[in-house]
Ligand binder design. Sequence first.
Ligand code: NAD
Length: 474
Amino acid sequence: MNRVFENLIGGGWRGSGDAINNMNPSNPSDVVGRYAVASAADVDDAVVTARAAQHAWWALTPQDRADRLEAVAAELAARREELARQLSREEGKTLREARPEITKAAHVFRFYAGEAIRMSGEHVASIRPGIDVDVIRRPLGVVALITPWNFPLSIPAWKSAPALAYGNAVILKPSELTNASAWSLAEIVNRHLSSGVFQLAMGDGRTGAALASHAGIDGVSFTGSVATGRRIAETAPPHVRVQLEMGGKNALIVMEDADIPKAVDAAVKGAFFSTGQRCTASSRLIVHRAVKDRFLTQLVTAMSALKVGDALDESTDIGPMISQAQLDRVQDYLRIGREEGAHLRHGGERVEGKGWFMRPALFVDTGSRQRINQEEIFGPVATIIEVDDIEAAIAIANDTGFGLCAGIFTNSLGYARAFRRGIVAGMAMVNLPTVGTDYHVPFGGVRSSSYGPREKGFAAREFFTTTMTFYTAA
Ligand code: NAD
């Protein structure tokens, strides 16, 4: 393979001296593509271009911006199968999960096409006579978007679409492990927008650091690990607005009156689908002692039926881990769990094959303070913690440094209400998996999971716009 996919910088496609190979985690000898690495000088150029392009983009009518975002949505939807296959091939997500990710990206662009038109301010009566006060919304300016590998199309989409709808210029720095989806998104968006409004600067953490610490940007929206997020918060220039979406250690509570088959289905989807590589994964299953045996038996049966294999095979339930490093890290947590005294009840074995496969793993007899219940493993590993009542269930659900999402299975209004009042999380679900959220409502967490304004839906405008309070007297 000779072609190097270039960065989109300074109004055109641009190569560089350095490039990264993108490998198929189901079969690492399959090179998906070779992608140029943006240097610090490329980042400088991107910022200068973005500054110039942003004014013209904001000067368009909202209808113009909406029409262009709508065209992006239409192209994403029309190319769903091709983009889903590329996503499965580069990330290892099954086709069954990749297809909805493309659809969601299209929906997000369509939603924000409407938001471009709905963007409004507020008229307020002045406390002084003869004066009008208006609170006007304006774009933040030039925004850096730094994204992880686990949702290679939808996270860049759900950051880019609101940024563009509200009149900002975007520089996207995707994960170095999943450049293909980001490159395709850049190619599509650029075709429908004016030059320089959307730029792509690929590379590893060095490119990300050059961009996030650049004095010429106005905001940085990041999704990824807690460690990287903290570094970005420390190194961003003081005037730069920062939004961080980071890890999770999400609890799914199963009470004694729960519909057990439904709870098992939600646990399988939440803990193991996407190979457990999602921030909203239900990695801790907090189960009432009265139903623990029944829940466990059904869960193990369901886990045994999961087919682990090539992400592009339509019959696969669980694809590979993203990389050898991630597989090694997750395997190490299996050792840590055993050393802490937890019992590996099912799974965890490496699976024969070319890729980075392992069978979903379940620990039982675990304690809340063990590392496997405190640290984000980011793989197909779940733990069971037994409890005797709703108070203990909620206390343990809250017993980590994270607070992204949490769920409960119950038929009791009282339990559901206690959960609603007591749970510490940015998102909470009753009788639903913790994974799977709507795009038109706020997304984000508390504690170490998130920092800054929420993402998605109408909440996104808090980050991507700024207000000007405008006083008029005749
Ligand atoms: P990561 O932190 O390693 O990388 C994320 C991005 O930051 C990549 O593009 C990377 O190149 C870049 N980066 C690395 N060092 C940087 C630096 N010093 N300055 C600027 N950018 C830098 O995370 P990852 O491994 O790609 O993703 C997995 C993590 O993402 C998990 O912790 C997961 O929970 C989290 N995640 C969170 C959400 C959410 O919405 N809360 C969603 C998906 C994933």
